[in-house]
Design a protein around this ligand. Sequence first.
Ligand SMILES: [Cu+2]
Length: 151
Amino acid sequence: MAARIIAIALLVMTLAIALALMAIVFVGPREGAGPALRPDEQPTGGTPIEHMFSGNLGQWRLEGELAIVSTGAYQLVLRFSNEAGQPASTSNALSVQVDMVDHSMEPKLPQVELEEPGVYRATGTLEMEGRWRFRIGLEDAAIGVLADFRR
Ligand SMILES: [Cu+2]
């Protein structure tokens, strides 16, 4: 009996650790098919490198696209949908923080604009090459997205 309880406890802990790791997404340049940024969604200044990510934030499903051009200008498009798969706006609690993984710096807080129901956009500039972290927070849930920027 005790062995079974220990086994169940270990399984629950393993699942909890796996779920915690899933909240951090490392994005690389995307390959193959997938929802690309529309032309009007791309930052200006050359062909962007696009990153895609997805995850759950509270009750919402998030599909995200991050495009970075060689100047460091980036554009983050966040598409939220509800349990029924319909585009759904969140609340005003949506936030984006941008900082570098290995540098101590104040996180930048780009404006997040509602473009259309369920679709938000944030833009800004990465000043230096390296590994950047985008933290997308909604109420008490968050997704961390890591992206390497090279000119
Ligand atoms: Cu830096």
